[in-house]
Ligand binder design. Structure first.
Ligand code: FE2
Length: 148
């Protein structure tokens, strides 16, 4: 069965640690999709969603740290995008916890489209800017030097 989101190199933004995290996020989204599609049960679906959300939040924090270190001019706007999705997935987690909802294919598709657009447009714009102007400003110790 086809993956929900097939990664391809066109999604690379050219900043290795960010690209690695994006690949991981896409893998977790595909895992969530598989859990729903194969009806593995509420627990398995919830675990997959929790892992995807935790990984996404870490990723957003890392990306924002780099943007702020590099003094990215569109940092505030980018952060608003992250916060909007974070609020949506947290609300979803609460509704799942209370049994009010289940994960639908429409929702999975919403996450796929969100991620594709965000990586392909907003993160790519950041990657281009970073290579043009930001890398020098991020200093000698960008966040991944602490992280490794
Ligand atoms: Fe982002």
């Amino acid at each position: 069965m086809a993956e929900l989101f097939r990664w391809s190199r066109e999604f690379n933004v050219g900043i290795a640690p960010i690209d690695e995290q994006h690949v991981e996020l896409v893998g977790l989204l595909n895992r969530l999709h598989a859990a729903v599609r194969e009806q593995r049960g509420v627990e398995a679906v919830r675990d997959a969603l929790d892992e995807l959300v935790a990984c996404t939040l870490n990723h957003f924090a890392d990306e924002e740290r780099l943007m702020s270190q590099a003094r990215y001019p569109a940092y505030a706007e980018h952060r608003i995008h992250h916060e909007a999705l974070t609020a949506q997935v947290r609300a979803l987690q609460r509704r799942l916890e209370s049994g009010e909802t289940t994960i639908s294919f429409e929702l999975l598709d919403f996450l796929r489209v969100w991620l594709m657009r965000h990586i392909g447009e907003s993160d790519r714009r950041f990657g281009e800017w970073y290579h043009r102007e930001g890398a020098g400003r991020a200093g000698e110790s960008p966040w991944w030097c602490f992280w490794k």
